[in-house]
Ligand binder design. Structure first.
Ligand code: AMP
Length: 144
């Protein structure tokens, strides 16, 4: 967690105004102040965990359940055709606010945007053996 209160922590505390659309003891959702689309919403844990992997399991579960249920509500509210849902998880990924937040971005037919694949830079050349090594490394770390 951060030492200084994050801007989202200040929103959660009621010290900074926001257009709150959903809240529980653990989770808060509010409209993004600089929306990429009508209905662009951020869903956060009230506690200022910096990255997704910092979340306790119960908080992660409620965060995702909230994202799931809010998605259809938001799509209906702004008459969207789809949504892009994402987390900038760390500064190298573009995270500016060091407090976990899930972006729910409504999408519309012909809105001119791209898929999540459009965020990457140059694609790496990865041999089959390198891919095998990566998969084995991840799998061995997740096996208990
Ligand atoms: P990220 O780059 O993933 O850290 O995105 C941070 C997001 O927070 C941006 O989309 C900002 O527009 C949004 N944001 C920053 N300050 C506020 C605020 N006070 N209220 C609502 N959204 C905010």
């Amino acid at each position: 967690m951060s030492d200084d209160p994050t801007i989202f922590e200040q929103i959660a505390a009621g010290d900074i105004p926001a257009r709150i659309v959903h809240e529980t003891e653990t989770i808060l959702a509010f409209l993004d102040a600089n929306p990429l689309a009508a209905g662009h919403t951020l869903v956060i844990p009230r506690e200022p965990y910096t990255k997704l992997e910092d979340l306790p399991d119960d908080v992660a579960a409620e965060l995702w359940t909230t994202v799931q249920s809010l998605t259809s509500t938001i799509e209906t509210a702004v008459d969207a055709d789809a949504t892009t849902i994402g987390v900038n998880n760390g500064s190298a990924a573009g995270q500016e606010v060091p407090h976990v937040h899930v972006h729910i971005i409504p999408r519309f037919d012909d809105d001119g945007g791209g898929p999540i694949h459009a965020i990457a830079g140059a694609r790496p050349e990865l041999s089959d053996s390198k891919l095998d090594d990566i998969a084995a490394s991840i799998k061995s770390a997740t096996s208990t």
